[in-house]
Design a protein around this ligand. Structure first.
Ligand SMILES: NC(=O)c1ccc[n+]([C@@H]2O[C@H](COP(=O)([O-])OP(=O)(O)OC[C@H]3O[C@@H](n4cnc5c(N)ncnc54)[C@H](O)[C@@H]3O)[C@@H](O)[C@H]2O)c1
Length: 350
């Protein structure tokens, strides 16, 4: 049976919003819940403008079991895409309880509501941070996980919880087993090519691309490049940047695969969503300057504790099993970021 209505937690956020566009375009009905702690309702107005299709929105926190129960009673939900969560590594070191409470406890409440409503298909937003420092890139899904900060540990813990759920079904076979995809994102950047939706961080951005683009529009004076003495091609850190639209499309592929023979008996599988190509900070700056025609002022600062020299995926499993691979290149990513930022210098408040 095809799942026609997808519950998207955190759907007003950056990746969730782009995924709503792809889900609506693929013919799914979409119900979004979000507590708007890191997003604006305007993003969902724009999702509907891009697609010309309506979606349902409820302002519900994933920790609100009563609210979730009412939601599952109201809508005929077939599967859940679970994006809701706090995501700043630095903040997670300062406020670990807030991160465990929101991300881990919130996911437990969501899973309880799903179990009670007999909705057992879930796609979870995991992260390359679960590979930690013990594995060496290119990362493959079978490498041991060992996150090195509270944010990463919330992701690793949630992965464990989801694997345990699927394993329990193997012990006591059930008519309706859990079917779970853990999507490990590498570094999502870019924006929808329309320029209507994109990343709109609160306050000073934590990630490279929003920072660069705010320097480009003059909101921030200069970029700090953390470390130029890594053992990499130009000394700056290397990451696997992936266009957010490619990432969003990976979720639509994953929903289809949960229905396929691969998951006939249920189960929980992890997939890397990356391009497999690593770019240095200096290469990203150069590409952004080329796409935008703007000069990016930067200074070299000391390395940040916990940053890895290199992080990139082996994305072969996603290609083999989901039939997905990234289509967009670095120039597409930076050009779409610039298109979004220049049209919306103050994000959704523009
Ligand atoms: N952006 C990245 O670089 C990246 C990388 C790897 C994984 N992820 C994961 O992907 C998911 C989405 O990331 P994003 O970049 O779109 O972040 P985002 O902050 O833009 O979106 C998350 C959304 O969840 C909502 N939310 C947070 N806590 C909630 C709660 N308790 N109840 C209801 N809503 C809640 C926020 O308001 C926000 O709209 C997150 O789980 C994040 O950890 C992101």
């Amino acid at each position: 049976m095809k799942h026609n209505t997808i519950l998207v937690t955190g759907g007003a956020g950056y990746i969730g919003g782009h995924t709503c566009v792809e889900l609506l375009a693929a013919g799914f009905n979409v119900v979004v819940i979000d507590n708007l702690s890191n997003s604006k309702i305007e993003s969902l107005e724009r999702v509907q403008k891009i697609t010309g299709k309506p979606l349902a929105f409820e302002n519900i926190d994933i920790r609100n079991l009563t609210g979730l129960r009412a939601l599952f009673a109201k809508y005929d939900i077939g599967a859940v895409m679970h994006f809701a969560g706090l995501k700043a590594v630095g903040e997670s070191c300062q406020k670990p309880l807030a991160y465990y409470q929101n991300n881990v406890y919130g996911t437990l409440v969501l899973l309880e509501a799903m179990r009670d409503a007999d909705v057992r298909h879930i796609i979870f937003s995991s992260s390359a941070t679960v590979y930690g420092a013990s594995a060496t890139p290119p990362y493959t899904e079978d490498m041991p996980i060992g996150a090195i900060n509270p944010y990463g540990r919330t992701k690793a813990m949630i992965e464990d919880i989801l694997r345990d759920l699927a394993n329990a079904d193997q012990l006591t076979p059930t008519q309706k087993p859990w079917k779970i995809a853990l999507l490990r994102y590498f570094n999502p950047i870019g924006a929808h090519p329309s320029g209507l939706i994109g990343e709109d961080p609160n306050g000073i951005p934590n990630n490279l691309l929003p920072y660069i683009s705010q320097v480009a529009v003059g909101k921030l004076a200069q970029l700090s490049v953390f470390g130029n003495d890594y053992p990499t091609k130009d000394g700056t850190g290397i990451r696997d940047y992936i266009h957010v639209v490619d990432l969003a499309r990976g979720h639509v592929k994953a929903i289809d695969v949960l229905e396929s023979f691969l998951f006939n008996a249920g189960g929980c599988k992890a997939y890397n969503l990356g391009t497999g190509i690593g770019y240095s900070v200096m290469e990203v700056i150069a590409a952004f300057e080329q796409a935008s025609g703007q000069r990016i002022h930067y200074k070299i600062s000391p390395r940040r504790a916990g940053d890895l020299a290199e992080c990139y995926a082996n994305p072969d499993l996603a290609y083999q099993e989901l039939g997905w691979k990234a289509e967009k290149n670095l120039l597409d990513m930076v050009a779409d970021t610039w298109n979004w930022q220049s049209q919306n210098p103050n994000g959704y408040d523009s």
